[in-house]
Design a protein around this ligand. Structure first.
Ligand SMILES: CC(C)(COP(=O)(O)OP(=O)(O)OC[C@H]1O[C@@H](n2cnc3c(N)ncnc32)[C@H](O)[C@@H]1OP(=O)(O)O)[C@@H](O)C(=O)NCCC(=O)NCCS
Length: 178
């Protein structure tokens, strides 16, 4: 297995997140529109983002993988993140699995970027991680996310309450095997 520090698709660049991404990540996570299906708790301080980024950097060290920055080539802007996270905590009866996800600022929605990112991360998983299954969760009302997963070949196999901020999100559970 080869470790890489950046890769590109036609329109996107992916690289690990760093603490210097706090300002852009705050734009993302302080936006209530972005957080609509993610527990509705937009961040209100840059300190929270720094903590969040520190946690991601720690995951790179301990798990070898975590979400990466997603940059639009055209503008050079950091639009959000995409990628794979190792999840040790029990979720829908599973633990120690790899989850795929994405979160972009609204100005970058509707261009097929999440689909392009997800396809690329599936390839990454096939080539760089010693696994044959990826999992994903999406709120039952988050049709954009469900469409992305379906377009990328994920199969809906369950529904479960995802606990976040002390409440339960009604989520679908998706799997992709190869
Ligand atoms: C989910 C998200 C990443 C999608 O990004 P995107 O780049 O716009 O997605 P894509 O353009 O690749 O694909 C979205 C698909 O859903 C469709 N779609 C978008 N909004 C929709 C809606 N409200 N209802 C039905 N379909 C919708 C699009 O038309 C597209 O399908 P198509 O290619 O068949 O036309 C983006 O909306 C986002 O960042 N949301 C906030 C964070 C989030 O919810 N993350 C996912 C958590 S599970």
């Amino acid at each position: 297995m080869m470790n890489i520090n950046e890769f590109q698709t036609d329109r996107l660049i992916f690289r690990p997140l760093t603490l210097s991404d706090a300002k852009d990540m705050f734009k993302l996570d302080s936006d209530p529109v972005v957080m609509k299906y993610l527990g509705n708790r937009p961040l209100s301080s840059i300190d929270e983002v720094t903590l969040y980024l520190k946690n991601i950097v720690k995951q790179y060290e301990t798990n070898g993988i975590a979400r990466w920055a997603a940059i639009e080539k055209y503008s050079g802007e950091l639009m959000g993140w995409a990628g794979i996270k190792f999840i040790a905590e029990e979720t829908n009866g599973y633990k120690d699995f790899y989850d795929i996800g994405y979160r972009f600022r609204p100005e970058f929605w509707g261009k097929g970027y999440a689909t392009e990112a997800t396809m690329a991360w599936i390839e990454y998983a096939k080539n760089h991680l010693n696994i044959n299954t990826l999992y994903a969760s999406a709120h039952t009302e988050n049709l954009a996310s469900q469409n992305v997963l379906k377009k990328c070949g994920f199969i809906l196999t369950g529904q479960y309450p995802f606990e976040i901020h002390g409440s339960n999100l009604d989520c679908f559970w998706y799997e992709l095997h190869w």
